[in-house]
Design a protein around this ligand. Sequence first.
Ligand code: HEM
Length: 153
Amino acid sequence: MMPVLVLLHLAGVIIWVGGMFFAHYCLRPVAAAQLAPPQRLPFLAAVLGRFFATVAVAVGVILGSGFSMMLTVGFKNALLHWHLMTATGLVMTAIFVYIYLVLYPRLEAGVAAQAWPVAGAAMDRIRKLVAFNLGLGAATILIATLGAYFGRG
Ligand code: HEM
């Protein structure tokens, strides 16, 4: 069962972290350079709506498979770097939930009202938190993979 859980876990991680990388380093800079706010913000809101709905599923799969693997060995037998991954993964999840349930509706409402400064401010906060989560995601991948070389993990 463990290999299937790792497969599901990694599929979710690839979609989430890979998607954040693409959005932050490829999509947003080009949209910012080529589109004015009235074109850019509705476009990014629509793209992010599709991405966040997918990430919500990916996060469910990551947490489900991750905690199933923790329970397979028992929390108190789990390796140190697994506990660290759980902690950083839960912080990433909390940030995503805040983006999706608080900031994204603000972006959508701003776009719907054509209130570009409101939508732009929400987009700016989303951008910064996605960048932070991307860094935390990269750190989590390092912990998950290289953690085995350090200490008890
Ligand atoms: C928050 C809940 C999470 C839990 C409970 C959890 C738990 C686990 C467990 C138990 C494993 C198996 C480790 C092994 O077999 O060596 C694993 C593997 C892995 N996890 Fe997580 N994880 C979580 C979130 C994340 C997140 C958010 C990421 C990346 C952003 C991540 C990245 C990985 C990677 C890359 C592996 C494969 C490690 C390897 O096989 O070398 N995990 N996770």
